[in-house]
Design a protein around this ligand. Structure first.
Ligand code: SF4
Length: 389
């Protein structure tokens, strides 16, 4: 079958998209929406998988890592969050820099090459806390890569330090920061932020942090929280905003987004956030509604595939198994994802329930999961270079 007749096997809706991909042309907003409206999951998945195979061959990346959450106290009160606490709640906490460094040391002893450190926006922690935290880890584990602080935390730190975003990042880099994770983007849409996370800076500011980091030569990731209160239009616009910033960053030839991480919303039980003080009635209604309505599996896989196809300037798309679940993450490798994150020695952002794994897979299990999809697992360092064992 020649390449032209190859695209003929797609439905009339997807044929034009398949042809654009074959020619290496960029997909536009209408193409994204056509895929969102299409029921042809397998065809969209095949297109995404084809793109991934051309980029990565049959390789799937993972790292040995640990997530560390230094505080769960947060003043932002995003309506989708099941992690944050108020200071008065019995299970709120702040780790000292020494405790964080100890966790990092344990991670290194178990083979970790990177730590992923994020926490709530805690008004009581001064800028020096963050510098000390990085310094302690650096002293305890000089070789360990520190990926830390979402754009939301960076904006909070800039405010606390009275510095520009650039100067704040420079100070953190001097103290040992290696790269930025992609959290806090949610859905980059002003209306969405107003409705669901009105205290959380703005989509434009999130992009500004990442653009500034890229200009400083820092690698970052980007996320999208989907399945919570957003529209298909907002999802496609979110992808296009990221793609636009990535175009600029790639032109700058210094830092860029390395990986896109679609994060499905994992419903929060109405009573799981707190003792009831924290939630407004409206938030509880939202929780109840979405607890029984997790974005369905078809939509989750389609979102991974659409992301891969729209973000033609992103090198990697991650199937983040602590949120997708192990089985679905494995299937997502056949829908355009090429990275399983890592062993994730500890993860507290989603609740453990139904016996589902949310952290702590060993490397052997990850390799087996990858092998079962007919691919080869490659342990990577934070810059996606193979780690030779
Ligand atoms: S999502 Fe992040 S910023 Fe929002 S309440 Fe939770 S911890 Fe705070």
């Amino acid at each position: 079958m020649n390449e032209k007749s190859e695209t003929n096997r797609f439905s009339s809706t997807l044929r034009g998209i398949a042809e654009k991909i074959r020619q290496g042309s960029r997909l536009d907003f209408e193409d994204g929406m056509a895929m969102e409206k299409s029921a042809e999951l397998m065809q969209i998945g095949q297109l995404a998988e084809q793109v991934t195979r051309e980029r990565c061959g049959g390789e799937v990346f993972y790292c040995v890592n640990r997530h560390i959450h230094y505080t769960n106290i947060c003043s932002m009160r995003c309506s989708f969050c099941g992690f944050s606490r108020e200071v008065s709640q019995a299970d709120s906490y702040v780790l000292t820099a020494e405790e964080v460094a100890e966790q990092a040391r344990e991670a290194v002893e178990r083979g970790a090459t990177e730590v992923h450190i994020v926490g709530g926006v805690n008004p009581d922690l001064p800028f020096d806390y963050y510098l000390n935290l990085l310094g302690e880890i650096r002293r305890a584990c000089p070789e360990l890569h520190i990926k830390a602080f979402t754009a939301v935390e960076i904006l909070d730190l800039a405010g606390k330090a009275g510095l520009s975003i650039k100067a704040t990042l420079e100070k953190l880099l001097q103290a040992g920061l290696g790269s930025l994770p992609g959290g806090g983007a949610e859905i980059l849409d002003e209306q969405y932020f107003k409705r669901n996370c009105p205290r959380k800076f703005s989509p434009e500011q999130w992009l500004e942090v990442h653009g500034t980091a890229h200009r400083l030569g820092v690698m970052t990731n980007a996320t999208m929280l989907f399945g919570f209160n957003e529209t298909a239009v907002q999802r496609i616009r979110h992808l296009l905003r990221l793609r636009e910033l990535q175009d600029e960053s790639v032109r700058g030839k210094v830092g860029r987004f390395q990986c896109f991480v679609p994060l499905v919303y994992v419903p929060v039980k109405p009573n799981s956030k707190s003792n009831g003080k924290r939630n407004s009635t409206d938030e509880q209604k939202l929780d109840s509604k979405f607890y029984s309505e997790r974005f369905n599996v078809v939509s989750e896989l389609k979102t991974v595939a659409i992301s891969r196809l729209m973000l033609d300037n992103f090198e990697h798309v991650k199937a983040f198994w602590p949120m997708l679940g192990v089985n679905l993450a494995q299937i997502a490798l056949c829908f355009g994802a090429d990275d399983l994150d890592g062993t994730v020695q500890q993860y507290q952002i989603v609740e453990k329930k139904d016996g589902r794994e949310t952290d702590n897979l060993d490397a052997e299990t990850i390799c087996r999961l990858v092998m079962e999809t007919g691919r080869v697992a490659v342990q990577r360092d934070p810059l996606y270079r193979p780690v030779l064992s």
